[in-house]
Design a protein around this ligand. Structure first.
Ligand code: FES
Length: 252
């Protein structure tokens, strides 16, 4: 459900709940007169004096009205909260982080990425949600087939790599350095190859990633599951930087 549709639904439900509440108020049977037993008429012998309802037409006292309004208000608020929670938790089938993202024609993407050697990132396209890089795999299918994380990510079959931009050290966003052709984290200097393999710094492993499939000739990135990156020491391509580093932190 889209955000706009959810807002409209919530508004309609709120209005509907309020209309139902007002109908209920009008239709509620008149309650029996309440007995005010603390105020006695002068000269009477403990004879209780009936108290009049404040609104005979509606058949409710002020207290009853306020109580019902209070309950109705809470019910509307809880309904809105439940709908908002449902929308938040509802799995997205397409688009957006958490769903399957159709990146478009695989052969076009392959030629673009192989000639530029610059990963497609969020911001470069409206297709990718924040936090993902798409690149072609620069190792061989045989090398990819030996790395469990690459098997889960379907790397050998597709020849594409979809990386999670979150540094596996402490979670900073990792930019791509166009001179070294590595990903270089500005926070503490961890470095990863163009396919996200660990090369330097305090990061405990390679970048996490997502499964890629080719569906009807299109590249589809499944962001519903984050695949843990392969361990340090995984070197299936680009063992050395191709130019100057963008991030130089001593000790990294
Ligand atoms: S968060 Fe990236 S190196 Fe620390």
């Amino acid at each position: 459900m889209s955000e706009g549709a959810l807002v409209v639904l919530i508004i309609f439900i709120s209005i509907g709940a309020w209309v139902l509440f007002m109908v209920y108020l009008r239709a509620a049977p008149k309650s029996a007169p309440e007995i005010e037993d603390s105020i006695m008429a002068p000269g009477s012998e403990l004879t209780p004096r009936p108290r009049q309802s404040f609104d005979d037409a509606a058949g409710v006292t002020r207290r009853q009205f306020l109580n019902r309004a209070y309950v109705a208000g809470i019910a509307v608020a809880l309904t809105n909260f439940a709908l908002a929670s449902l929308d938040f938790l509802w799995p997205r089938s397409t688009g957006g982080f958490g769903g399957k993202i159709n990146m478009g024609d695989a052969s076009q993407l392959r030629s673009q990425l192989e000639s530029s050697r610059v990963p497609i990132a969020d911001g470069a396209t409206n297709i990718l949600p924040p936090g993902i890089f798409l690149m072609t795999y620069e190792g061989t299918p045989d090398a990819a087939a030996k790395v469990p994380a690459y098997v889960l990510a379907n790397t050998a079959q597709t020849g594409f790599v979809a990386l999670y931009r979150k540094c596996v050290h402490l979670g900073c966003t990792v930019p791509f350095c166009n001179t070294s052709k590595w990903f270089e984290c500005p926070c503490h200097g961890s470095k990863y190859s163009i396919n996200g393999e660990y090369r330097a710094g305090p990061a405990p492993r390679s970048l996490d990633r997502f499964r890629v499939d080719i569906v009807n000739g299109n590249v589809v990135v499944d962001t519903s599951t984050i695949i843990t990156g392969p361990p340090r020491g995984t070197v299936t391509s680009q063992p050395q930087p191709e130019g100057a580093h963008c991030v130089t932190i001593s000790g990294a």
